[in-house]
Design a protein around this ligand. Structure first.
Ligand code: C6P
Length: 406
């Protein structure tokens, strides 16, 4: 078992100095850093195994195809799912658009409803708005409790036989709320609705067992789990993917093409039109192996420890308002400091080498619900330390001094 110090040595970027100060990287919910194992896997593949996949019969084409399909199995293993249901996409956003268009346009009918929550990232909101407008479906929203958890009693009342799709975040990227997705899936299936879970902030941080959760669709991104940008996963239950029409069309996703029509390849290839993100798939698979070697249980416990420390320290700091549930939560804390705009706070922290995110975090409706335009967010990962959480608090205090609030 590696210590956090050993883990940190795997990430070359963490030894950077930013503005003359050691980098304290607390923007992992936006994008995480990459360990040398992932960078090496990427380089090795490009140096000695690279070619296009599923096309050539030459040696490199077969090697690359084998590695690409092996990557799919690695990702299936990470979330304990059937590899036939693992579609490589560009990321969570594309995964959700794929479902909204390919499943939604075919199966969600005029007068049916799509049930979401006000805490959704725009990526799990706007594609459903567009679909609803196109097919004449109704949008419904699962109410929140004051602490930013789902109101399970009121939500249940909205789940009737007209609901065709429930689209819900596993972990909110602002509130940190961990939603009871297994229970939601059970409730939704009882009324015949399908469920898409946005796992962008969950899959990188905790063990995810899709055979237990039972979701029909589950989406996540490579760049938030130590892999590269430009790659993500859509898991879809194979029997549902079989019935869906393709999202994009062109090469690779076809079986036979005539001048006036075409037939589709088998799943998951039916959803991977054109040359897929091959090197990115190698990178996300190396990242998944790295995370599994450290252990998803360990990562979850480590994130939880850091998050609890940050919550406790910031809650005790005068002028700080924290958002979301106080107890069990994802690997982030979102807050405001009275009298300080979050962008100013982020800029002042940056002078101390501390990277956080400020803004609406692609969740404008949620910020309206919170009654603020913007928030500051610190988000943690396996390489962060308790000392870095303490540095965040010190940075917040220093910012208050600079702005003469104390
Ligand atoms: N949230 C954040 O700083 P993409 O950009 O497609 O990889 O992921 C979109 C996405 C979808 N759902 C959730 C819950 C997310 O958190 C994100 C990405 C980043 O919070 C960038 S806005």
């Amino acid at each position: 078992m590696k210590t956090v110090e050993e883990i940190r040595r795997d990430f070359p970027i963490l030894s950077l100095k930013v503005n003359g100060r050691p980098l304290v990287y607390l923007d992992n919910a936006a994008s995480s850093q990459k360990p040398i194992q992932v960078l090496n896997a990427y380089c090795r593949f490009c140096e000695s195994r690279y070619a296009n996949v599923h096309r050539g019969v030459h040696t490199l084409a077969e090697t690359a195809t084998g590695d690409y399909e092996e990557a799919r199995k690695t990702l299936a293993d990470l979330v304990q799912a059937d590899a036939r249901g693992v579609v490589f996409t560009r990321g969570t956003t594309e995964s959700i658009n794929l479902v909204a268009q390919s499943y939604g346009r075919k199966f969600i009918k005029h007068g049916q409803a799509i049930l979401m929550t006000p805490m959704e990232h725009h990526a799990n909101l706007v594609p459903w708005q567009v679909l609803a407008r196109a097919v004449g479906a109704e949008l419904r929203f699962w109410p929140l409790n004051q602490d930013g958890t789902l109101d399970m009693v009121e939500g249940r009342k909205l789940l009737d036989a007209r609901v065709a799709m429930v689209a819900v975040a596993h972990v909110s990227n602002v509130l940190g709320t961990i939603n009871p997705v297994r229970e939601i899936v059970e409730m939704a299936h009882r009324v015949g609705a399908k469920v898409l879970v946005d796992g962008a902030q969950a899959a990188p941080h905790m063990p995810v067992n899709l055979s237990e959760i039972g979701a029909d669709f589950y989406a996540f991104s490579g760049h938030k789990m130590c892999g590269s940008t430009g790659i993500g996963v859509l898991y879809g239950r194979p029997e549902i993917l079989e019935d869906m029409d393709p999202f994009m069309t062109g090469g690779e996703m076809i079986r036979e093409v005539w001048l006036d029509h075409a037939t589709w390849n088998e799943i998951p290839h039916k959803f991977e039109a054109g040359t897929p993100p091959i090197t990115e798939a190698i990178s996300i698979a190396a990242a998944a192996r790295y995370l599994q070697e450290i252990g998803m249980d360990w990562i979850h416990a480590h994130d939880t420890m850091l998050t609890a420390r940050a919550w406790e320290l910031l809650a005790a700091e005068p002028g700080v308002t924290l958002y979301g549930p106080a107890g069990e939560r994802g690997a982030l804390v979102t807050f405001n400091v009275a009298g300080v705009h979050p962008h100013d706070l982020a800029a002042l922290l940056d002078r101390d080498g501390i990277a956080i995110r400020a803004g609406h975090h692609c969740a404008q409706p949620l910020h309206r619900w919170l009654g603020v335009q913007a928030t500051a967010r610190a988000s943690f990962y396996l390489y962060n330390t308790p000392e870095e959480v303490d540095a965040l608090l010190e940075g917040v205090r220093a910012a208050k001094k600079v702005l003469q609030l104390v």
